[in-house]
Design a protein around this ligand. Structure first.
Ligand SMILES: *Cc1c(COP(=O)(O)O)cnc(C)c1O
Length: 383
C-alpha cells in the first residue's frame, strides 16, 4: 500500500474562500479589478502597516514593477541575495540590467551586511553603484535589516524587500516586507497563504504605487481612444483570486502559528542528532517558518542531506534541497558574486548541506511523525 503523499508546502484552504468567489460571481466582478481587489489591497496594507498595496498576478510581477518604478534599465546594476529562488533576480534581466549577487551570513542565511558593504565600497570606487538592492527573507526569516538599511542609506541605494516567503514574520516588532522602499509578497500555491497565483507590491510611497497600478494595466493614458506613451504590463490580480486571498488573510496568523509549531516538533525530535543544525531564528525576529530548513553535516551525521531527501522520497514524502545559489545557476553564468568571507561562500555551504522538510500548515501530527521516523531511520537513531 502506498502511503498518501506528503507535499513540501501545499495550499491550505480555510473554507471561506468559496463565499468570496461566489460573491464575485453573483455581482459579475469577474475581471482583473473589482471590490475584492480593492479590499485585499487595503487589508494587506493594514496588516503589514504599509501606506498602500497593489495586488498583481505574481510576486515576480511585483518585483518587475518595483524595478521599473526605480527606472532600472540596460546598463544598470542591481544587487540581489544569491541564496534564493530564481524569481528574485529574473526581473533584473527582463529590464536588461545586470545582477550582482551577494552572499549570505550564517545567522539568518540572508544577505551578508559584510559582503554587501564590500560590494558597495568597491562599486563606489568605480563610480558604478547599483540602482537597487533586492534583499530576500529566506523561508520566513528576516535579513539583518537594520545593518542592511544603514549601509544602503549611506550609499543612497534603495532596497526592494523580497518578502515572498516571509508574510506574517516580524523584525523587531515590525512586519517583514515594510523595510525597503518597496516590499513584495507572493501568493503562489506553495506560499504561507495563497490566491493560487498572485502577488502584492507594498510601499509607503503612495504616488509610486499609483504609478504601479498604471504600469500594471498596460500604461493607459487618460484618453478614451487607448493611448499609450510608455510600455506597461498586464499584471493586475483577478477579482476572483483576490477573494481567495481575503479569506486566506483572515487565517494568516493561524497559519504562522501552525508552521512554527511544525518547526518546533521537528526541532524536538531531530535537533539532538549529531550534525543536524536547524536554520536559526535571529534574536528580535519572529519567522513564519514557512519551511523548516536545516543543515546536515555529513562527517558528523554519517548521512548527507541528499541521503535524507532520497529516503523521504521512497516514503512518498517531498523534501527539497535549499535553493541553489543564483551565482551558481547556469543562466547567471558570468555575473559577479561577493562573498561573506574571502574564498568562502556561506550560501554554497548552506546549499551543499541544506534540506527543507515538509512544512504545510495542514500537516497532521502523524504526518510529522512519518517524516521524523524516516529521518531517524536513515540517521540510524533508535526511534
Ligand atoms: C515564490 C517566490 C517569488 C516569486 O513569487 P511568484 O508569485 O511565484 O512569482 C519570489 N521570490 C521568492 C524568494 C520566492 O520564494
Amino acid at each position: 500500500m502506498t502511503k498518501n503523499r506528503i507535499f513540501l508546502s501545499p495550499p491550505h484552504m480555510s473554507g471561506k474562500e468559496k463565499e468570496y468567489i461566489d460573491e464575485a460571481f453573483r455581482s459579475n466582478w469577474v475581471a482583473p479589478l473589482g471590490p475584492n481587489v480593492d479590499a485585499f489591497e487595503r487589508e494587506i496594507s493594514e496588516y503589514v502597516g504599509a501606506s498602500d498595496a497593489v495586488a498583481v498576478s505574481s510576486g515576480t510581477a511585483a518585483i518587475h514593477l518595483a524595478l521599473s518604478l526605480l527606472e532600472i534599465g540596460p546598463g544598470d546594476k542591481v544587487f540581489c541575495s544569491s541564496l534564493t529562488f530564481i524569481a528574485s533576480a529574473n526581473p533584473i534581466l527582463y529590464l536588461g540590467a545586470e545582477p550582482i549577487f551577494i552572499d549570505s551570513e550564517p545567522e539568518t542565511w540572508n544577505m551578508s551586511p559584510i559582503a554587501l558593504e564590500n560590494a558597495l565600497l568597491e562599486r563606489a570606487i568605480n563610480d558604478d553603484l547599483p540602482k537597487a538592492v533586492i534583499v530576500v527573507n529566506l523561508y520566513g526569516q528576516s535579513a539583518k535589516m537594520n545593518e542592511i538599511l544603514s549601509i544602503c542609506n549611506r550609499f543612497d541605494v534603495p532596497i526592494i524587500e523580497d518578502a515572498a516567503e516571509s508574510l506574517g514574520s516580524l523584525y523587531k516588532g515590525k512586519c517583514s516586507g515594510t523595510f525597503g522602499k518597496f516590499g513584495i509578497f507572493s501568493f503562489n500555491g506553495n506560499k504561507i497563504i495563497t490566491t493560487s497565483g498572485g502577488g502584492m507590491l507594498v510601499s509607503d510611497d503612495t504616488e509610486a504605487l499609483k504609478k504601479a497600478r498604471f504600469l500594471a494595466t498596460q500604461a493607459r493614458d487618460p484618453a478614451l481612444h487607448y493611448q499609450h506613451s510608455t510600455i506597461g504590463f498586464n499584471y493586475r490580480m483577478s477579482n476572483i483570486l483576490a477573494g481567495i486571498g481575503r479569506a486566506q488573510l483572515e487565517v494568516l496568523d493561524n497559519r504562522v502559528d501552525r508552521r512554527r509549531e511544525i518547526y518546533l516538533r521537528y526541532f524536538e525530535e531531530l535537533a539532538s542528532i549529531p550534525g543536524i543544525n536547524f536554520m536559526p531564528e535571529m534574536e528580535g525576529t519572529i519567522s513564519n517558518r514557512w519551511l523548516t530548513a536545516l543543515t546536515i553535516d555529513k562527517n558528523e551525521a554519517g548521512i548527507s542531506s541528499l541521503d535524507v531527501i532520497t529516503a523521504l522520497a521512497e516514503e512518498n514524502i517531498e523534501a527539497r534541497p535549499v535553493w541553489k545559489p543564483l551565482h551558481l545557476q547556469p543562466v547567471f553564468n558570468g555575473y559577479m558574486f561577493y562573498s561573506h568571507k574571502k574564498e568562502e561562500s556561506i550560501a554554497e555551504q548552506i546549499y551543499n548541506s541544506g534540506i527543507c522538510l515538509p512544512s504545510g500548515s495542514s500537516m497532521t501530527e502523524s504526518d510529522i511523525m512519518r517524516v521524523v521516523n524516516r529521518v531517524k531511520g536513515v540517521a540510524n537513531v533508535t526511534v
